[in-house]
Design a protein around this ligand. Sequence first.
Ligand code: FMN
Length: 358
Amino acid sequence: MRQLLKKILPPFAINKLKRVQASFHRKLTPFFSKSPFLSRIYFTFLNSSYHREQFANLRGMMAYKQRINEHKNSSNPLLRRNIHRIEKGLIMKPLKPVFALDYIEQTQQIYFASLKSTNHQPEELQWAGAVLAKYYNVVKIEQSDLLLKLANEFKANVEVEFENINQFTPYSHSELVKPKFTYQEFYRFIKIRRSTRWFKQAEVCREKIKQAIELASQAPSACNRQPYQFFVVDKQPLVSKISKLAIGSGGFAHNIPTIVAVVGDYSFYEHERDRHVIYIDASLAAMQFMQALPTLGLSSCPLNWPELSVQDRKISKLLSLAEYKKVIMLIAVGEAETEGGIPYSQKKTAEQLTHFVE
Ligand SMILES: Cc1cc2nc3c(=O)[nH]c(=O)nc-3n(C[C@H](O)[C@H](O)[C@H](O)COP(=O)(O)O)c2cc1C
């Protein structure tokens, strides 16, 4: 409908229509914001802004089932989640003699099936195997028939090296490397990352991008599922097309050498209650990605990706994204132009941002 109107109406009429539509919604909002029920009516029948997101979420829930059962991907979200839960059980104080009874069988089944898959990422399997081996070493298997059966099955099918058990399972905090820099030094380093919008017209080394992504991968994520990917675009005309799609890139889109789309993947989740996790996890990783870039001689500017279905459709097509994948944000990356300006961007004080709850 929108496309048809764009074809048959002149631009001034389209703009007029947009203004009428915006004013219509502004007038309706006070009434429909009165209760959760009314807001549901509004977003079901009068405002379709959430529809694409809801569709992607549902598609993701369907894709999740395939993902965990068909073992075609390099990572299995349920295996990751369950192994993560077992690791948490292994560090519990006090350690329970038996735990994870309600999901250990499922975990082992997925692990065995994943071992047979040629696509599965080996380190994920090493981790899962080591944690399961440690689990059977630690729990009192004789207290449960199920555990006895599963432990025997595991030992008959899997041989986990002793070093692997040590390397891929919980360790104590004292083994972590202590920071060799002070708070002030770290503060100075953090301030080196500033949103940079003017870049040299030089190719960005892919190896450096991968190094920054490696660092981004160390970010925390819910149940360690890491439901995101960095789509790196460094070839024209695609860089230009994508840069221009970002609404906030006006005036500098043409000089962006590489643009990275941080893409969240709903197919890592079984339930819609987890629908925000892709945004949270991807943003935490994106932050570490941007923080890593200055150490590699690169600079960046995050670019907003608002929920606009027309833009979303366009970028999904350009990046060939499945319907359950969503662009979370774009990041312009390149070598900073030395004399390019950086806005001062005053930061709020810690006092403003802190609320100690008494
Ligand atoms: C989610 C997000 C979206 C942003 N979108 C844009 C954008 O569309 N265009 C732009 O020029 N800057 C954008 N920025 C950069 C902000 O303007 C910038 O982070 C802020 O002014 C603080 O400056 P600093 O990054 O140099 O500390 C965005 C930043 C974030 C975190």
